[in-house]
Design a protein around this ligand. Structure first.
Ligand code: UD1
Ligand code: UDP
Length: 381
């Protein structure tokens, strides 16, 4: 079986490590994988670093599309992916998550009838202002095999008319929907020990296990609106004052750029002068795992980081008005707060005063990649 895997943004590169590892370890005689990087993310620390440290095969092709307006960026990707699919004639295309690279793969493949395998299917924020919500809905509805990491994801698909009878042969009119666990849980388990051995990120940044908060911000909703970005940083500065904890914030390039545009000079100065607020460049995945495992609380608008906080049993304050990972909130391990200073502080205070939080097993057994390969071979091989 020949598959073309599309990656482009940071989280997709990390997710792809899970499937590539399953192929290499269990199915190397049965599945040939061709990796195509759209070039959506291109900085060394947003892309290349992950190939080296996670042992992902280097992309066979890089479209080098780069940044741009949604339509412009997606169109270039569609055109590049279409040529590759025509050339390679794969049995399926594998798409991850909900970025513009995902959508481009779905459009290109569906037009020329290449079956689509969507990993992380069924997730919904029910907020169509998010570019990701449109991308994931469109991708799901063009897919032949839908692998959902959560029960809520499967339920969302059923609400949208997908059937669970799962009778092969599958096609885009009669797709297969599988609840299979989370490929990122596979990765977090797999790389956790290596991170313990290799990462020196705590020493490098002079922080102590349990003595800091890990934070990431990159959603366009937060970075591109001055009021929201300011609310988040005001809350962080106040929490540092109250608790005397360090805040470590690996800065997404989008955020670094938008902070200069959207924060007042006074606020930028306060941020610069606060030594306990450590703004650092994006870190490698092994460093990120170390930062997550040793943090006290995680404050983030990232989908992936929300979940990894949960995997490593850390409470999470979600800087968004909703989440696709509703289970985290339902079990009390995460709180949705949006961008309002007071709500962020309230939620944070709540976790500082909470002793016991439950982290039930919600994301599978760490073998989602293997399960997906088996299903692909059964139905598309
Ligand atoms: C994208 C995804 C988002 C995902 C995120 C993961 C879409 C619509 N959004 O958002 O779902 O959560 O990736 O990180 O696909 N930039 C650089 N260097 C890079 C990459 C980006 O400087 O290597 C800067 C550019 O100014 C660019 C901006 O970041 O315009 C935004 O990048 P883009 O890929 O368009 O969206 P993200 O915000 O990264
Ligand atoms: N991540 C990383 N280094 C960083 C920030 C994030 O390796 O500096 C990892 C993180 O552990 C998770 C993924 O990137 O696996 C999440 O990506 P991001 O937050 O960019 O996107 P999202 O998950 O929100 O789409």
């Amino acid at each position: 079986m020949k598959i073309v895997t599309i990656i482009g943004a940071r989280p997709q590169i990390i997710k792809a490590a899970g499937l590539s590892r399953a192929i290499k370890n269990n199915f190397s005689d049965k599945i040939e994988e061709i990796i195509v990087h759209t070039g959506q993310h291109y900085d060394q620390n947003m892309s290349e670093v992950f190939f080296e440290e996670l042992g992902i095969p280097k992309p066979n092709i890089n479209l080098n599309v780069g940044s741009g307006k949604h339509g412009e960026q997606t169109a270039k990707m569609i055109s590049g992916i279409e040529d590759i699919l025509i050339n390679e004639q794969p049995d399926a295309i594998v798409l991850y998550g909900d970025t513009n690279s995902t959508l481009a793969g779905a459009v290109a493949a569906s037009k020329i009838h290449v079956p689509i395998v969507h990993i992380e299917a069924g997730l919904r924020s029910y907020n169509k202002q998010m570019p990701e919500e449109i991308n994931r809905i469109m991708c799901d509805h063009a897919s032949t095999l839908l692998f959902s990491p959560t029960k809520a994801g499967v339920e969302n698909l059923v609400k949208e008319g997908f059937k669970l009878d799962n009778i092969a042969p599958f096609n885009s009119d009669q797709p297969g929907v599988f609840h299979c666990g989370d490929i990122m849980y596979d990765n977090s388990l797999y790389f956790s020990e290596l991170s313990d051995k290799k990462s020196s990120v705590l020493q490098d940044n002079k922080i102590k296990a349990g003595g800091y908060v890990l934070s990431t911000i990159h959603r366009n909703d937060n970075t591109d609106q001055p009021e929201r970005l300011s609310g988040i940083f005001e809350a962080i500065l106040e929490l540092i004052d109250v608790y005397g904890l360090d805040f470590v914030l690996p800065l997404h390039p989008r955020t670094e750029k938008q902070m200069k545009v959207n924060l007042s000079e006074t606020l930028q100065k306060r941020i610069e002068e606060e030594v306990r607020l450590k703004l650092i460049p994006p870190v490698s995945f092994l460093d990120m795992i170390a930062l997550e495992k040793n943090s006290k609380i995680v404050v983030t608008d990232s989908g992936g980081v929300q979940k990894e906080a949960f995997f490593f049993q850390k409470p999470c304050v979600i800087l968004r008005p909703e989440t696709e990972w509703v289970e985290l909130v339902a079990c009390g391990a995460a709180k949705i707060v949006g961008w309002h200073k007071e709500q962020i502080i309230d939620a944070f205070n709540g976790y500082m005063n909470t002793e016991q939080i439950d982290f039930p097993p919600l994301f599978g057994d760490g073998e989602a990649g293997k399960f997906m390969c088996e299903k692909m071979l059964e139905s598309l091989g």
